[in-house]
Design a protein around this ligand. Structure first.
Ligand SMILES: Nc1ncnc2c1ncn2[C@@H]1O[C@H](COP(=O)(O)OP(=O)(O)OP(=O)(O)O)[C@@H](O)[C@H]1O
Length: 249
């Protein structure tokens, strides 16, 4: 379970996040949606302990993290998988080396076991026989899959996704969304997906949280979220419907 209580983060005298109260249940997928500069990345950075709030508390699995030392935070992070925007793979390493990177850094495992984990995680994300390839030999969608395989190598309880569909065409986006849902079903992980894509959010999430200029303005199930009359929420659905109409014409 993840919980934020009265969390504030200020940059240059301006709230990046203001009085955020949010609980993410174990095993649920929460999509955090919002426009540019609304505070989504700040929220993600707070949850993985890359930055600290100016005030408020953040609990990960019952542990309050805002006062942890870097070393203690590293331990908490071992239980978190992170899937970065644009995959963030090491270009000079093979796919297999990328997937095993964290394992080799943090766990002393025999090479046979590492090879087995690489294969198992790549299989889970639907990639076969690519261990020896370099990231430059893969499509954008495949790179995202490798990023996900790396994130689940440690078998984390929580996966954070930062704009998983950025840079992908609409069809590949849907496939990655299906993979995120699949991961939740197969691994039972808690997922937080930061996105500005409402269509993705609706496909992936159990609940959607919307941030607007640093405020958390709505949190609800996908179905109920669509009924919220707030015009800032509806603006996102309008874009969605316009895109759909344009595609159908
Ligand atoms: N390191 C920083 N220094 C100063 N201001 C920052 C910093 N990080 C974020 N901000 C400011 O905080 C606000 C929220 O930014 P944030 O990056 O969280 O938004 P976002 O929703 O992730 O936007 P985008 O979708 O464009 O990535 C913005 O006004 C931004 O300029």
């Amino acid at each position: 379970m993840i919980r934020l209580a009265n969390v504030n983060k200020v940059y240059d005298g301006k709230y990046a996040l203001r009085d955020i109260n949010l609980t993410i249940k174990k095993g649920e997928t929460l999509a955090v949606i919002g426009g540019s500069g609304s505070g989504k990345s700040t929220l993600l950075q707070l949850l993985v302990g890359l930055i600290r709030p100016d005030s408020g508390e953040i609990y990960i699995g019952g542990q309050e993290i805002t006062h942890l030392s870097e070393k203690e935070m590293d331990k908490v992070r071992l239980n978190m998988g992170m899937v970065f925007q644009y995959s963030a793979l090491f270009d000079s390493m093979t796919v297999g080396e990328n997937v095993a990177f964290g394992l080799r850094e943090h766990r002393k495992l025999p090479e046979v076991k590492i090879q087995r984990i690489i294969k198992e995680k790549l299989d889970l994300v639907g990639l076969h026989g690519v261990e020896k390839k370099l990231p430059s030999e893969l499509s954008g969608g495949m790179k995202k899959r490798v990023g996900l395989a790396r994130a689940i190598a440690f078998e984390p309880d929580i996966i954070f996704y930062d704009e998983p569909s950025s840079g992908l065409d609409p069809i590949t986006t849907v496939k990655i969304d299906e993979l995120i849902v699949d991961m939740q079903k197969k691994l039972g992980v808690t997922s937080v997906v930061v996105t500005h894509d409402m269509a993705s959010a609706c496909r992936i999430a159990d609940r959607i949280a919307m941030v607007y200029e640093g405020d958390l303005i709505a949190v609800d199930t996908v179905e109920r979220f669509q009924q919220i009359e707030d015009e800032r929420v509806q603006a996102f659905f309008k874009i969605l419907h316009t895109e759909k109409t344009e595609r159908d014409e």
